[in-house]
Design a protein around this ligand. Structure first.
Ligand SMILES: NC(=O)c1ccc[n+]([C@@H]2O[C@H](COP(=O)([O-])OP(=O)(O)OC[C@H]3O[C@@H](n4cnc5c(N)ncnc54)[C@H](OP(=O)(O)O)[C@@H]3O)[C@@H](O)[C@H]2O)c1
Length: 286
């Protein structure tokens, strides 16, 4: 089997890809400073060195709110960086698997979004990621773009870890209830990406845990599961609030649930419900 190169190896997804890598694959993991996807020469050097058959891009500018004031950097990494990787993949005849986001959708609907549904990102992050998707699909004929949503993992900073910290420190929390999505364990996404490596799928696919939640629902579940596994010692009051009561620089889609049925069909299995994956992640960090 060809070598698989994971780019962005030190992020949440990169970490999960590394630890769930199938033993029979030759997997190389690179992250900064070894590779900077905004620098074509550093990509070329790594691709020449490892000659991968498949490149998985888990590198991105992911600071959604900061991107509103660091627009040029977000575009450089998420658009130009993705384009650079796709060009290198095309030159070396490697297959690129590129990860993208539910934030490419406007979020004004309330049915799960299909891969080919109309996109209309509202934030700098979403716009820069959409431009990255387009560049990848244009540059590399056999590229695969996998959109995911609301990622969390035991590694790195994310909503679950923030909730655990705040629930340990405070007596009450107000959490946004009018944004709905599908929380996704990066480990589940990583296993799906390994499944997709073994297919010859091209184009856009979606991968998230099944089920739907508001951030409020997710927070309530995190607390319930964390108390039951002993990660938290007591329950605090968690109340639903509207987005306008918690203003953030970046506009988020109100509804960004991804339709994952095509990916499930391709892989011949259903993705677990988000609550089941949340429980496994919390058991892991217990
Ligand atoms: N997090 C979410 O909720 C979420 C939701 C939907 C989709 N996604 C997508 O899922 C993918 C993985 O996200 P994640 O949560 O694992 O992100 P993450 O934890 O922020 O990791 C991103 C990684 O990219 C690296 N990186 C940033 N700029 C780079 C550059 N110029 N060259 C090389 N590496 C660079 C970062 O390195 P440094 O640590 O050195 O900055 C970091 O290790 C991304 O494509 C993201 O857009 C994420």
């Amino acid at each position: 089997m060809n070598r698989v190169l994971i780019v962005g190896g030190h992020g949440q997804l990169g970490f999960e890809l590394q630890r769930s890598a199938p033993r029979d694959l030759d997997v190389v993991v690179v992250g900064r400073p070894e590779i900077d996807i905004t620098d074509s020469e550093s990509i070329e050097r790594i691709v020449q060195q490892y000659q991968p058959g498949v490149i998985i891009n888990a590198a991105a500018y992911t600071a959604v709110d900061k991107a509103e004031s660091e627009e040029a950097l977000a575009w450089l990494v998420n658009h130009k960086g993705a384009e650079n990787l796709a060009a290198a993949a095309a030159r070396s005849n490697s297959r690129l698997i590129h990860v993208s986001t539910d934030f490419v959708f406007e979020g004004d609907n309330c049915t799960p979004r299909q891969p080919n549904d109309a996109v209309l990102p509202r934030s700098v992050y979403g716009k820069s990621k959409l431009a990255g998707e387009s560049a990848v699909l244009q540059q590399a004929q056999n590229a695969l773009v996998v959109r995911t949503s609301w990622l969390y993992s035991s590694h790195g900073q994310n909503f679950v870890k923030t909730m655990l910290r705040l629930m340990g420190e405070r007596d009450s929390l107000g959490i946004v209830v009018d944004q709905v999505g599908a929380p996704t364990w990066a480990n589940m996404l990583a296993e799906t990406l390994w499944g997709l490596v073994a297919t010859d799928a091209t184009g856009i696919y979606h991968c998230s845990n099944n089920g739907v939640a508001s951030w409020y629902d997710f927070a309530v579940a995190i607390q319930e599961e964390a108390v039951s596994t002993g990660l938290l010692q007591r329950m605090i009051a968690v109340t639903p609030i509207k987005s306008e009561a918690y203003p953030l620089p970046a506009e988020r889609p109100a509804y960004s649930v991804l339709d994952v049925s095509a990916t499930e069909q391709l892989l011949g299995r259903q993705f677990p419900h988000w609550r089941e994956s949340l429980r496994l992640m919390l058991l892991e960090i217990q």
